[in-house]
Design a protein around this ligand. Structure first.
Ligand code: PBG
Length: 328
């Protein structure tokens, strides 16, 4: 056993060039995905109060944003829609003329081959009640929701989506989507499953951004209980992989680094994404605005931690800033 003074761990820390030489975790823009919010209208860039620097964009403004994101070398965008009209089933999401179908076509026209156009597949932004599927009594009907999720996914695929990301935590959703996609010839469209998604208060600002807060109750009958055994996340991931998921996700990220690491260790070789969610973003923004912390340093430390925990891909509202910081 080598010990002091033969071994001095600080020896690798004095010279910045040596520190860099022995670094393990590196970040790059092509591993980041930027969430974007689209809404009907023209020339609209409606700021989201609780998420400084993020906007609800009309399609024309969204196209400009997509081009900028592509130019920064960011891996992809994931799209969330705020429809003109919400109803009980979320019809806008199942229409080829709906807001996301329009956005996907516009994004592909603007930047096909330069970045991935990914769609969030879920109903909470499109239903009048704000729940992630079709209601039965006071809960979400799992199996009827699956039928609608397939319709929504096919709308996205026909519009040209490269990848779909179901986030509703319905049982059997990956199997339903894979079967639906394959039956229409979309066997090349990847599924990134929000496999281990927790019922989290960290989604608060997003619900303002997407106008998707549940009108009654909460999402605890479908999203995971953060106090449950972490092994439950392993089961969720195993099921989704068996059903055909290509990429799996843990969400949120920073309060769930243990889950990210556990999934990475159990499922070697499976691409793993982590969603650095809205609440994680807004907390840092608020503290930085008050001068209490250094935003850039905190963000780079956090993204490094998420990567070190085992995430290969990070969905983050900082994607554009981070891409610029990497280049500096
Ligand atoms: C559901 C969805 C949500 C988020 C991503 N997809 C909200 C929810 O489950 O209530 C949250 C993302 C964030 O907080 O940044 N469509």
């Amino acid at each position: 056993m080598m010990s002091f003074p033969t071994t001095r761990l600080r020896r690798l820390r004095y010279n910045p060039l040596v520190r860099q030489l022995v670094q393990e975790t590196t970040l790059s823009a092509d591993k980041l995905i930027l969430p974007l919010f689209v809404r009907p209208g023209k020339g609209i860039r409606q700021p989201i109060n609780s998420m400084p620097g993020n906007f609800q964009l009309s399609i024309d403004e969204f196209v400009k944003e997509v081009k900028e994101v592509a130019a920064l070398g960011i891996g992809g965008v994931i799209l969330f829609g705020i429809p003109e009209l919400k109803d009980g089933e979320g019809s806008d999401a199942m229409s080829d003329a709906g807001i996301i179908a329009q956005a996907v076509r516009a994004a592909k026209d603007a930047a096909a081959g330069q970045l991935l156009v990914i769609t969030d597949v879920c109903f909470c932004e499109y239903t009048s009640h704000g729940h992630c599927g079709v209601l039965c009594g006071h809960g979400v009907d799992n199996d009827r929701t699956l039928d609608n999720l397939v319709k929504q996914t096919l709308v996205h695929a026909r519009a040209g989506a490269d990848m779909v990301a179901p986030s509703g935590m319905m049982d059997g959703m990956i199997h339903a989507l894979r079967t639906g996609l394959d039956s229409e010839g979309f066997e090349r469209v990847q599924i990134m499953s929000y496999a281990a998604k927790y019922a989290s208060a960290f989604y608060g600002p997003f619900r303002e951004a997407a106008e998707s807060a549940p009108q009654f109750g909460d999402r605890r009958s479908y999203q995971m209980d953060f106090a449950a055994s972490a092994a439950q996340a392993v089961r969720e991931v195993a099921f989704d992989l068996e059903e055909g998921a290509d990429i799996v996700m843990v969400k949120p990220a920073l309060a769930y680094l243990d889950v990210i690491r556990m999934v990475k260790d159990r499922f070697e070789g499976v691409p793993l994404a982590a969603y650095n969610v809205s609440g994680e973003f807004s907390m840092v923004k608020a503290a930085a605005e008050r001068g209490w912390i250094d935003e850039q340093r905190v963000v780079l430390e956090s993204l490094t931690a998420i990567t070190r925990a085992g995430a290969d891909i990070i969905l983050t509202y900082w994607a554009k800033d981070a891409a610029r910081w990497f280049n500096d």
